[in-house]
Design a protein around this ligand. Structure first.
Ligand code: AQP
Length: 333
């Protein structure tokens, strides 16, 4: 069945292995299936929900587009663009924010995590971030949204908002209710330093993540220093229950090698983490280093990246512009 795919990544720098295994790797597989129509967005409006440096933001927008292409997304097959270039995203977000009850947003755990203790000082944008995300997805009639496990709750909210809009305005099926596409194998990559925290761009410790632009030496060093425990690798997954960091490394190995956790456990049963770490470093070098080399090459070709983004924005504008017009008509504008 052909799918309409929409997903986004924030241009907030330090794209990492979690972004790759949780989202971008999946984007590439979907792009490679000729039956799918794919739209991959550099979500720069989302990025400014927390303070950004102006020049850095401009560079990060190009670097995120470069990462998509370097990972294997073909801009002649999929639309790649940055969100701020298509007005309908912000307009749709306002309309949907007038439909969505505050109670729904109050349940969002990512806001609680990101705002932390200082909720009063967090931006209103950070609070309504999931509504902008709903607008992004619904404007393109996306049938499927590939995301990491951490975005599951926002996707559920998008579905609820679509259904409420259709009901409130008596326009059944106008906003398409999308399905999440979350990798079954291992969809939440955790910090290399703390198995309770997800691998994240904003973690102050660079050792907590493998950046997609890390050099070979940096990858080897980070895997060597990754937190583990002193016990050998068990013979079944259940026995890893309380060994979060151990589980994470085995999960990363399975995900990057495209194999099940059970198979990885069979492979390493009874061995020490030093064995897993050396093989993990090897497989990461073989998969991540070519991407990293290509990103570095592409970011030096600003003209090419800007051309991809402009062409992508023109195509996105055609789709989203039409949808927002219909949406405004339904409301009575
Ligand atoms: N640790 C992760 N494991 C699996 N998937 C992940 N994703 C992010 N972190 C992990 C997925 O990557 C896609 C793009 O994410 P994003 O950049 O738009 O936002 P994010 O989830 O807020 O990423 P970070 O790294 O955690 O950024 P900061 O530190 O700035 O908050 C999404 O599909 C996400 O699920």
């Amino acid at each position: 069945m052909s799918k309409k795919i929409f997903s986004g990544v924030q241009p907030t720098g330090n794209l990492h292995l979690g972004n790759y295994l949780g989202a971008i790797k999946n984007f590439v597989d979907l792009n490679n299936d000729n039956q799918n129509e794919c739209i991959f967005c550099v979500v720069d409006l989302h990025a400014i929900t927390v303070k950004q440096d102006k020049d850095q933001l401009t560079n990060n927008i190009r670097e995120t587009a470069a990462t998509f292409i370097a990972s294997g997304i073909d801009p002649s097959k999929s639309i790649i663009f940055n969100q701020s270039k298509v007005h309908a995203h912000a307009e749709g977000s306002w309309i949907l924010s007038c439909m969505a009850p505050m109670g729904w947003l109050n349940r969002m755990t990512q806001f609680k995590e990101k705002a932390g203790k200082d909720k009063e000082k967090a931006s209103v944008g950070l609070y309504i971030y999931p509504i902008l995300m709903a607008s992004d997805i619904l404007l393109y009639d996306a049938t499927h949204v590939p995301v990491g496990e951490d975005q599951k709750q926002h996707l559920e909210l998008t579905r609820d908002i679509a259904q409420k809009f259709n009901k409130d305005f008596d326009c059944e099926d106008f906003l398409r209710v999308p399905e999440p596409l979350i990798k079954k194998n291992f969809s939440r990559i955790m910090s290399l330093k703390d198995g309770l925290k997800k691998m994240s761009k904003s973690d102050p410790s660079d050792l907590s993540r493998i950046n997609l632009t890390d050099t070979k030496d940096e990858i080897i060093n980070k895997i060597k220093k990754a937190k583990t425990d002193s016990l050998p690798i068990p013979n079944e997954y259940q026995k890893l229950k309380d060994r979060l960091e151990a589980k994470n490394l085995l999960g990363i190995y399975s995900s990057i090698s495209d194999q099940t956790l059970d198979k990885t456990i069979d492979e390493f049963e009874g061995k020490n983490f030093s064995d897993l770490k050396s093989q993990l470093a090897e497989v990461l070098l073989s998969k991540i280093s070519p991407i990293s080399d290509e990103i570095k090459k592409l970011v030096n070709d600003q003209n090419y990246l800007d051309k991809v983004l402009v062409e992508g924005a023109n195509k996105a504008e055609e789709i989203a512009g039409k949808k927002i017009k219909e949406m405004k008509k339904i409301i009575g504008f």
